[in-house]
Design a protein around this ligand. Structure first.
Ligand code: PLP
Length: 379
């Protein structure tokens, strides 16, 4: 059996090597490294895939969030609601732009923003809600859209972990994550569901004026070279990365299916175990499992992690320190106890290897070891 990895980019590359190598060679020969034709081709193909009108590529998923907030012209002091159980990027850009991150605790079952706590945190300064579709499953968008409408707020979806997941409205209508709010953002970091060979990101919107503004901001605030209409940033997707992504986009549905299959195998192996909770599936979303995250019912995560490591099974903790307890975000006047669900999650979550190249033998081995641990309860 090959060594089990958290993410296996080596074997994934091997399966598409000739196509990717050829795409890269084409860019190398053209030398159009910045804004080469592949960038717009990829944007167009991703727009078709997601069903959104405009896709604007940029340098990474963090920039995508920042550019979204710049395009919506927020002013210092404006408040943005976001889940406290998320990757730092979401909160970081809010603070960087002089805006105020207002953290919301998450739902224990789905790990996503607790929509029942949103309304009481909306103030006269609130301008947007940023749901993060954590681990690959959509937040409750229908409630979020209702609140956004009622209070005239934007919705910026952080779809960095959920590209290809579908939100299922109560009408039965389905939309791809990232295409539902005012703006959606995603990341092509190598370990994301659609990953490139470096950094990459994109924004989604159905609003043409906003799309134009986003495009301009991502490229130094210019539409025409050397004519700068607004303050922008330098955040472009490299042509080489676009060429790689063009190839990989064709396989995204297969990749997501493979992740879902691994998750199903884990679910059936661990569903019966008493001391772990398998990830809950929302009725209103598909789950594309950027992460497969267990919750341990007893206080033995370090021991469990060590046990798996001894059997060469890597694991990760997303995220070990909640954002409101990070030194960088302390000024928010929050302390231990402010967000009990997130604080508890930070102590009990553990993510198992899940990726497109996990073999059945590896899956069985992981299931066997996890089950053995819990049957013996660590002893
Ligand atoms: C990865 C990630 C980002 C940032 O993406 P980068 O491309 O690494 O900048 C933002 N939000 C979430 C939830 C992420 O997982």
């Amino acid at each position: 059996m090959n060594k089990i990895k958290m993410v296996d980019l080596e074997n994934q590359y091997a399966t598409i090597k000739s196509e990717v190598d050829e795409a890269i060679q084409t860019v190398l020969r053209s030398t159009a490294f910045i804004q080469g034709p592949e960038v717009q081709e990829f944007a167009q193909e991703l727009a078709t895939y997601t069903g959104v009108k405009f896709v604007i590529p940029c340098a990474n998923g963090t920039d995508a969030l920042q550019i979204a907030m710049m395009a919506l012209e927020y002013k210092p002091g404006d408040e943005i609601l976001l889940p406290v159980h998320t990757y730092v990027a979401t909160a970081e850009v809010i603070a960087l732009l002089g805006l105020t991150p207002v953290f919301i605790d998450v739902d224990w079952n789905t790990f996503n923003i607790d929509v029942t706590q949103l309304e009481k945190k909306i103030s006269s300064r609130t301008v947007a809600i940023v749901p993060v579709h954590l681990y690959g499953q959509c937040a409750n968008m229908e409630i979020i859209l209702q609140l956004a409408k009622k209070y005239n707020l934007h919705v910026i979806e952080d779809a960095a972990q959920s590209l290809s997941a579908e939100y299922i409205f109560s009408s039965g209508e389905r939309k791809k994550s990232g295409t539902i709010g005012t703006i959606g953002t995603t990341s092509f970091f190598p370990s994301k569901n659609l990953g490139c060979f470096g950094d990459g990101g994109a924004l989604f919107t159905n609003d043409e004026i906003l799309a134009e503004r986003i495009q301009m901001i991502a490229n130094h605030g210019q539409k025409e070279k050397y004519h700068h209409e607004v303050i922008g940033v330098n955040s472009r997707l490299d042509t080489l990365q676009a060429a790689v992504l063009k190839v990989k986009l064709k396989y995204l549905d297969d990749y997501s299916q493979r992740r879902m299959d691994v998750a199903s195998a884990y679910d059936s192996a661990f569903g019966e175990l008493e001391n772990v909770e398998i990830p809950a599936r929302s009725v209103f979303s598909t789950h594309v499992f950027n992460q497969y995250t267990l919750k341990l019912k007893s206080d033995n995560r370090d021991d469990f992690k060590k046990y798996l490591a001894q059997h060469d099974i890597p694991t990760m903790i997303y995220y070990p320190v909640p954002l409101h307890l990070q030194k960088a975000f302390r000024r928010n006047n929050t302390t231990n106890g402010s967000f009990p669900v997130t604080e508890k999650l930070s102590k009990v979550v553990i993510s198992l290897p899940i990726h497109t190249e996990l073999s059945n033998e590896q899956i069985e081995f992981i299931c066997h070891r996890v089950k053995l641990y819990f049957k013996n309860d660590g002893r």
